[in-house]
Design a protein around this ligand. Structure first.
Ligand SMILES: [Zn+2]
Length: 138
């Protein structure tokens, strides 16, 4: 079942139990991102039940539990995808080694965070400072 032009409900379901309470608001924003990018975006994690979230080392209060977050991969790197997503102005954005996390949790205490290995952010804050951080100036 397609939720939007490019995204099917099955792509967002918890892989262990099929839990499927994905936010349609999130999927619609993701479709906007897909339209702007113009190439396939793959969901590596959408909805998670509590058990699956524990198994993958997710934060105890992860927005994945409420269907408010997705992890995505595409042919562009996670940092480039993060900036593209930011142009839509509607996500909190986590940059990981191999994927980009997008969620629509409000308010936005930290617009961006950056994780290198493991799960603990090495950076958390706004875009301007992220740019400096990435260039080694913080
Ligand atoms: Zn599950």
């Amino acid at each position: 079942m397609y939720l939007t032009r490019n995204f099917k409900l099955s792509e967002f379901q918890c892989p262990c139990c099929g839990k499927s309470n994905i936010s349609l608001e999130l999927v619609e924003k993701l479709q906007q991102l897909r339209d702007r990018y113009g190439e396939p975006i793959f969901i590596t994690s959408g909805v998670r039940c509590a058990e699956y979230n524990r198994r993958v080392g997710g934060y105890w209060d992860s927005p994945h539990l409420k269907g408010l977050a997705v992890d995505i991969v595409a042919r562009i790197n996670p940092v480039t995808m993060a900036y593209l997503a930011d142009e839509l102005g509607c996500f909190r954005i986590g940059i990981y080694d191999h994927h980009t996390h997008l969620d629509i949790v409000k308010p936005y205490p930290s617009k961006y965070w950056l994780v290198k290995g493991g799960n603990e952010p090495v950076y958390s804050g706004n875009e301007t400072d992220l740019n400096k951080f990435l260039r080694g100036k913080i």
